[in-house]
Design a binder for this molecule. Structure first.
Ligand code: GLC
Length: 547
């Protein structure tokens, strides 16, 4: 599907609203908080904001459990604030996309309250209901947050499907009424001026409606068989209808989260020329390329990124690129190295912003924020962490559970943004709803704004190079080719068009790396000097040759 021109000329920045900046000092980030940081975002140079969910929500899953789609949670602000945000961002030529939560609502959404009240309520068909098997759920399907994909509702003695938490009943997209209601939601925000959506968990809108048991191996009676509700044929029709009914009428961008498991062929089906559904797909493949000892598996990372880029170029489509997002560890902890803090933070900027595809920076990545330093289970608030503790408390020690969550938990991404070395990291005057990371005294925006050699200022430089320099065209549209593809330490690639050959070389390891390539003129680097043929730990270069 043809995307609008402006999309390619964008650098995205994901904001997790509750953790970005607290303007009214209640311990939680809010919309006015984002507004007050627009100057900062303009300074950084990003021009497309993805704002995470701010809709009314009982907060079982960080706002992805929505209880009203066309409003703002009072703890975050008002619709007027949202309008102001869109308007002020647009004045700065910054576009905005919102999270469009399509798979489920909160169990406190009025639709669900009606739906659960009786089997013949008109809203019954908005959700997926089934009778249990004796005292057990209707089938053996498992959910993403652990346990059954069903939850019992005593009002009608039936179960509703929920592939995330119990408080997140899944919408029944096979209902025409649900399709129309959700189309109206998208239209509501587009008419307010938003420039598109990051479409949450869309891979799951189509289900195996026979609800037959999975034949996959069970764990405690549960089969974690995502195929029952992922990337199923019918969902492309739902999305195509939505495209025709709504998206095709606006100059907007639609980026769907299709999650793990989706390979290029299924991604291409979303971004299909004949039956358009959405513009781009997010996949998770490049988030977890680690060796057993936690170091970066550079070969795997290159292979994965290359697979998606070459495939998308061949198909004539554009994909988003990112290191990690709100569901993942922090990029610095995942692929960087605290011992080489500045070097590795800058390396991440250079490699990401030179790739083919629409780059998304996750808030805090531009200052090298790290994973949580929590030492107690009770500090971890995410629903999936809490479920993990519940399910494993009799099998694992506290230490083991903590280790698991520290590696893969989602709390890392939710950490309050570290603005300064003041109490609570300058995020708020009041104790934040989620504990700040103790390293805010050393890692914060204020300190890095004052340091021309900081990670933050390197991101700024790299964004400028991508969007506003003579190399922009090559970086945005040029061919992409890996170099040193089998090198175990170096992530290397070339971007090339009729005018320039741009080479990126980055050593993603903590030891020196030798390479055999002819060096070109260095345009950007993260060490003061470069020795030909050798990259120091986490050294990264961007070299240019005029054709
Ligand atoms: C997506 C979101 C995640 C959320 C889930 C359910 O994967 O990124 O944060 O928990 O969908 O909405």
């Amino acid at each position: 599907m043809k995307i609008h021109d402006w999309v390619k000329k964008s650098v995205g920045y994901e904001i997790y609203p509750r953790s970005f900046y607290d303007s009214n000092q209640d311990g939680m980030g809010d919309i006015q908080g984002i507004i007050s940081k627009l100057d900062y975002l303009e300074y950084l140079g990003v021009n497309l904001l993805w704002i995470g969910p701010f809709y009314p929500s009982p907060l079982d899953d960080n706002g992805y459990d929505v209880s009203e789609f066309c409003d703002v949670d009072p703890s975050l602000g008002t619709l007027e604030d949202i309008k102001e945000l869109i308007q002020l961002a647009h004045q700065k030529s910054i576009r905005i996309i919102f999270d469009y939560v399509m798979n489920q609502t909160s169990d406190e959404h009025p639709w669900f309250i009606e739906s659960k009240s009786s089997t013949n309520n008109p809203k019954r068909e908005y959700y997926l209901w089934a009778k249990g098997k004796g005292k057990n759920p209707p089938n053996n399907w498992g959910s993403f947050f652990g346990g059954s994909a069903w939850n019992y509702s005593q009002e009608t003695d039936e179960y509703y499907m929920k592939i995330f938490s119990n408080k997140m009943p899944d919408l029944n997209w096979s209902s025409k009424n649900v399709q129309n209601e959700m189309a109206a939601v998208a239209k509501f925000w587009l008419d307010l001026g938003v420039d598109g959506f990051r479409m949450d968990a869309i891979a799951h809108l189509g289900r195996d409606m026979s609800f037959k048991d999975s034949t996959l191996k069970e764990e405690n009676g549960i089969a974690y068989d995502w195929s029952k509700f992922s990337n199923r044929e019918v969902l492309y029709t739902y999305l195509n209808n939505l495209h025709n009914q709504v998206f095709s009428k606006y100059s907007c961008v639609t980026i769907g989260e299709v999650g793990g498991g989706a390979k290029l062929d299924s991604a291409l089906r979303y971004v299909n020329q004949e039956k358009p559904a959405i513009d781009m797909v997010f996949n998770f493949d490049s988030v977890w390329c680690l060796n057993d000892d936690g170091s970066t598996n550079v070969v795997e990372l290159k292979k994965t990124i290359n697979y998606w880029i070459t495939g998308s170029r061949k198909a004539g489509i554009y994909l988003p690129q990112y290191w990690t997002n709100h569901d993942h560890p922090r990029a610095m902890s995942q692929y960087g190295n605290l011992e080489y803090f500045k070097e590795s933070g800058k390396l991440l900027a250079l490699v990401l912003l030179g790739l083919y595809g629409l780059p998304f920076i996750y808030n805090g990545e531009e200052i090298g924020m790290t994973n949580v330093d929590y030492t107690q289970l009770s500090d971890f608030k995410d629903v999936s962490s809490q479920n993990y503790f519940k399910m494993n408390q009799n099998k694992q020690s506290e230490q083991e559970m903590m280790e698991h969550i520290r590696k893969s938990g989602r709390d890392h991404g939710h950490l309050p943004m570290q603005w300064s070395d003041e109490k609570y990291a300058g995020f708020s005057n009041k104790s934040p709803y989620l504990k700040v990371n103790g390293n805010y005294k050393e890692i914060n925006v204020q300190q890095q704004l004052n340091d021309s050699d900081s990670i933050l200022n390197f991101y700024k430089q790299m964004i400028e190079l991508r969007l506003k320099s003579q190399y922009s065209k090559t970086l945005i549209d040029g061919d992409f080719k890996l170099v040193l593809a089998r090198h175990k330490q170096i992530f290397g690639y070339i971007r090339e068009d009729d005018t320039f050959i741009i080479t990126v070389l980055a050593n993603m390891s903590n030891s020196k790396a030798n390479y055999r390539l002819t060096d070109k003129e260095i345009l950007l680097q993260n060490y003061e000097a470069h020795q030909k043929g050798v990259l120091q730990p986490y050294e990264a270069l961007l070299m240019v040759e005029v054709k």
